[in-house]
Design a binder for this molecule. Sequence first.
Ligand SMILES: Cc1cc2nc3c(=O)[nH]c(=O)nc-3n(C[C@H](O)[C@H](O)[C@H](O)COP(=O)(O)OP(=O)(O)OC[C@H]3O[C@@H](n4cnc5c(N)ncnc54)[C@H](O)[C@@H]3O)c2cc1C
Length: 390
Amino acid sequence: MIDNISIIGGGIGGLVTALSFDKLNISYNLYERAESLKEVGAGIWLSPNALQVLEWTNPKMLKEIQDSGNIFNRILVADHKLNPISYSNQSFVQEKFGYKTMAIHRGKLQQILYKYVAQENIELNKTFKNYFQEKDKLLKVNFTDRTSIQTQSIIGADGINSNVRKQLFPDSKIRYSGQTCWRGISDYNLDNDLESVGFTLWGKKLQFGVSKISDGKIYWFAVKLSAPNLKDDKENLKNSLTKMFSEFHPLVNNLIENTPNKKIIRGDISDLELLKQWNKKNICLIGDAAHSMTPDLGQGGAQAIEDAFYLSNFIEKTIDKGIAYDKFYTYRKSKIEKLVKQSRFTSKIAITNRVVEKIRNSILKYTPETYMQKQMIELYSLDKTIANNV
Ligand SMILES: Cc1cc2nc3c(=O)[nH]c(=O)nc-3n(C[C@H](O)[C@H](O)[C@H](O)COP(=O)(O)OP(=O)(O)OC[C@H]3O[C@@H](n4cnc5c(N)ncnc54)[C@H](O)[C@@H]3O)c2cc1C
């Protein structure tokens, strides 16, 4: 059997692409290296652009995602003592796009997405190794278990360290941001006034983000300037984190202290130097494989989800997949490039010295509401006309 399209990677981008193909009756097979999708990882924020795509793929699934997470009324940036610097009221985006930003356990989100994909099209425990272009425009895909398949086309949705990308664009470069990040799930109950707020504390050359993801479970992330590839002394980890954040609002250390050691994950923050194309002939990259960004705008996952929406619709309306991939890149390029640059810029201003901090805070404080709303419209708009009109 020859695959029509082989999706490599069943993360957020790969799964939502599969769901979109199911909706549009595009045949495919998805290969994911994990043996099972367990509830691992920390939390993730889902913005209204992502929620609109999830509703388009399956409204029942979106409802399950919303019921399993926590919806925000406000997104707040505060100083290290939790004094507000700027905030965005989510009723504006609710009115405009039908949804407010929400937070959910990342593993839970992945399990729900997986559950709604046509199961016969997914193979777990399949690690992509490489591909070969064969005659008749077919591709042979080899897996690390020495099996192989033939396919007409590959979509590389295998994340920032994508092996599909390494073969397609060997010169692509991952850039370390200079920052490392700890993420955790705390067993804690926030005060009522913070339950529906997604908030980040900026100060003292550190950053700490907080949001409730479900009853009694709080997702947090802690970011610090660091050399890359450092490892933690697990025994002392909570001590060193609480020391690091000792000058912050006491809530921060309460959250760290109430987190089981095994629920704290560390990862260096990197992004991908902008590629000049995401596709060649019948192979195309999406999500982090194509355009990984730093997490500062909470848009990496949302953009992988947007990719799934646009790519599937371009494929449905275009006979030649190579042409569909060209259209997809041309359409997505400008929004993505802007976000990659903005995310990197935000990562720099979130963690900075005292002088820049003061200037930054006053600029943020006095940014007009109308300007913020314009930015949100640009960010969260989904062009649904693409679904009928390419
Ligand atoms: C600290 C942090 C916080 C973040 N917070 C947010 C947030 O709040 N909101 C948001 O929208 N984004 C956030 N992001 C970004 C988001 O996590 C990514 O952009 C998103 O996961 C990208 O999805 P993806 O499907 O492209 O890649 P991934 O989620 O990385 O999925 C790739 C999949 O491919 C599989 N795979 C890899 N190699 C192979 C192979 N060789 N063969 C088969 N399968 C393979 C992997 O197992 C994985 O399942 C954050 C990122 C970080 C680092």
